[in-house]
Ligand binder design. Structure first.
Ligand SMILES: [Zn+2]
Length: 353
């Protein structure tokens, strides 16, 4: 198994996020990735690489998933934030005004010149700070996802995109949930473009993979499945219900398995087995797993009760599908344990593959 790690991830290091009404220190920190990389090295699981992707190929892969206006916004966001007020160089950019969804309430077709307003046009929360190195880090993360997809396409059974910021909450033209570019979607689309006819995305993060669902909602060639905390009580709240089944040609190709806060491994595993059956029934010929480790019982912002040893079982169950598999690193905020839990899953997969 090859792991592609993001050499620029630490350029994205937020100071604060708005969390349950308070400005708090960011949960999504560089140490998360460092713990995973150290544990991979300690157990000598597979090989570690930096992604080697040329700029044109990377831009093309990002453009297959994200809107060009949104990509241009991200590329220049920090410069515009500082131009708005030079003292902003000392602060992360966070939005504070949003144009709601109702087209009769606010227009979304006229991006304001004011950058603080445009920040709200593309963001869906105030928990996702943007800073000087965000674009470099996110873009390099997309390169990890593309490199992992290529490795699988070149015959590797599995590859891991070890990157942050994470990606599964990012949609065609929006960021939030600590995510800017949807790494899992970029990998899935790259596999499609390389000739895989049917690609399944099985999202096991605690939070619904809303960005990925939105990106593929009207498509029959990419099955999206997510098991996650019930949006009635859990972030991102406004998507992730069981009755979201896809639309148009994508009708029947989205499966949501929301579970109540407090769910332990037996019930979570039953949902995973149902998700795996859906992937098998779809006759997928490649699999992408947005791998969030915030289902762990010690996670500070989530509510499932999986234990470290359970992740080995999760890896084994995923391997039994027998598919070429790309893993992308998503959530997981119990920083001290995220390395052990992540590598338990990968090792379980590898031992059963
Ligand atoms: Zn999450």
């Amino acid at each position: 198994m090859k792991t592609f790690h993001n050499p620029h991830h630490a350029l994205h290091q937020g100071r604060h996020e708005m969390f349950r009404g308070r400005l708090v220190a960011c949960h999504e920190v560089p140490a998360r990735l460092d713990h995973v990389r150290a544990e991979l090295q300690r157990r000598a699981l597979g090989s570690l690489h930096e992604p080697a992707i040329d700029d044109a190929a990377l831009d093309a892969a990002i453009a297959r998933v994200h809107d060009p206006r949104y990509v241009a916004f991200l590329a220049h966001a920090w410069d515009e934030w500082v131009a708005l007020d030079p003292s902003n160089a000392q602060r992360d950019a966070l939005p504070s005004v949003w144009p709601l969804g109702n087209p009769h309430a606010f227009r979304r077709d006229r991006p304001p010149a004011n950058f603080a307003a445009r920040l709200g046009l593309y963001a869906f929360d105030a928990g996702t700070p943007l800073m000087a190195g965000t674009w470099t880090a996110a873009r390099s993360g997309a390169a990890c996802a593309l490199a992992a997809a290529r490795a699988v396409q070149d015959g590797q059974r599995a590859a891991f995109a070890l990157t942050r910021p994470p990606g599964h909450h990012a949609g065609p033209d929006f960021f939030g949930g600590y995510c800017f570019l949807n790494n899992a979607a970029i990998a899935a689309q790259a596999l499609r473009d390389a000739g895989r006819a049917r690609v399944a995305v099985l999202d096991i993060d605690y939070h619904h993979g809303n960005g990925t669902q939105t990106l593929f909602y009207e498509r029959a060639d990419v099955l999206t499945v997510s098991l996650h905390g019930d949006p009635q009580t859990e972030y991102p709240f406004f998507l992730g219900y069981a009755d979201e089944r896809g639309a148009g040609p994508g009708e029947g190709f989205n499966l949501n398995l929301p579970l109540p806060r407090g769910t332990g491994f037996p019930a979570w595993r039953a949902a995973l087995e149902r998700a795996i059956r859906a992937v098998a029934d779809f006759r997928a010929d490649a699999l992408v797993v947005p791998m969030g480790m915030d289902t762990f019982e010690g996670d500070p912002i989530s509510g499932f009760l999986l234990r470290s040893a359970d992740y080995t079982t999760v890896g084994r169950l995923l391997a039994e599908l027998g598919l070429p598999t790309v893993f992308t690193f998503e959530g997981g905020y119990a920083v001290a344990e995220v390395g052990i839990n992540t590598v338990n899953l990968l090792e379980g997969f590898w031992q059963a593959a």
